[in-house]
Design a protein around this ligand. Sequence first.
Ligand SMILES: Nc1ncnc2c1ncn2[C@@H]1O[C@H](COP(=O)(O)OP(=O)(O)OP(=O)(O)O)[C@@H](O)[C@H]1O
Length: 276
Amino acid sequence: MPPASARRSQPLLSVTGLRVQRGNATLLHDISWRVEKGQHWVILGANGCGKTSLLKTLTGYLSATSGDIELLGARYGEADWRDLRFHIGIVTSAFHPSIPPAEPALETVISGKYAQLDLWAPTTKADEKAARKLLETAGASHLADREWIFLSQGERQRILIARALMAKPRLLILDEPCAGLDPVAREHFLGFMERLAQQKNAPTFVLVTHHVEEITPAFTHALILRAGRVVDDGPITSTLTNENLSTAFGEPVKIAKDHGIWRLLFSQAARHAPKI
Ligand SMILES: Nc1ncnc2c1ncn2[C@@H]1O[C@H](COP(=O)(O)OP(=O)(O)OP(=O)(O)O)[C@@H](O)[C@H]1O
């Protein structure tokens, strides 16, 4: 066993020289990224910058052309990615169509323990108890028996977070969790996410978004992407700069904090002369 000092320094996730190529298209170029325990990250970038490709590669749905990914010291390719995937919870609207419309929310949550969509395994009393507790954490106890088809967007996101937490992941990826939420539902959801991230023993959060307003105080670090490359990564205070965000979004922008909320300011010209 390595000495205690080495064990302490092992990152939760380490991505080195990751390149993903499909045909003539290079989706990700030489991505290196290191996530330590206790950090919470936001991945920011414009449409098409490679966020989804990175998430798919981390969760084993897209294979790397070259480079290394290590999760808790286990290297993809050497360890079975299906085992590694249990340590990564992911909440994405891409799952929505795979959830049986008549499945009650409680079962959707329980299915997370088995990393399964469309639960078929027999459930135990202990699973049910754990799922009810998570529904309570998500402020969704009242939805336990409600069928998926009837849940609102905001309710679905909470149920999917509770579902992801069922497997006790070390890393929880939230892929644009506020997409489709009205402004009030979004504020409530951000408050819920913030409380969850601040909890003792919370997994490390990775929030994927286009919107700096969604970066709540729990987030400590940012990875900024542009056209499949890292623009910058590191502590929020040094990465959320006018220069990095202007590069990321391909337009001069300014970043400011207003009553504790990050905002991106555009010049008037951006609205009146859209790029076509
Ligand atoms: N299998 C593929 N073959 C070729 N090109 C692909 C493939 N998958 C994705 N791409 C391209 O790679 C680029 C990055 O796509 P990706 O979905 O990762 O972007 P994104 O940052 O998630 O975008 P958005 O914010 O719009 O969801 C896009 O230009 C996309 O068209």
